[in-house]
Design a protein around this ligand. Sequence first.
Ligand SMILES: [Zn+2]
Length: 190
Amino acid sequence: MPALEIPFAIGETVWCSEPASTRERLPCPDCDGAKTVKMLLGNGEVYTLPCRGCQVGCDPSRGYVEVVTWSYEPRKFTPRRVDMSCGEFHYSAASPEATCFGYVDTSKMFHDKAECEADCERRAKEAQEGEDQRMFWNLKSKRKDMAWSVHYWRSQAIKFRKELAWVEARLHVSKEKKADAARGGTDADA
Ligand SMILES: [Zn+2]
């Protein structure tokens, strides 16, 4: 029976790149904690609206944003079981009898600590760039939402004002017709 060679021996202590990100609250870059923002239009009109920059889903604005700082650290790891799926080996420190455990990919495992440190640095850089991009697009999209919101409700207000003026004009005409009819009736009776 042919033997399958595994890249790391069971029971051999190696280094693995482990995520160690931190999350901190910072004042919202849009409202600086005030939870509202003022929007000044080119015509001088000012609108105050809830800050979208620090809003999550439909919850009220919070005044702060949560920023993730990504880092990875080399950690000693002694695999006690190995599995293979999709052509890749995966190791776990859990005992072979354990029923609940996680696996570590071989791409994160190293014999040499310096190699693991370099991998940690590369992973942290990649993850941070992704996080910064996500934050940037998220904020940009929320600012667009706020501008759109003012534009939309302002156009709705203009539309309803026009409709109201039209309805009032109709009412006025209707009132005048009734008054004319009443006057006509009186004249006819006289
Ligand atoms: Zn805010």
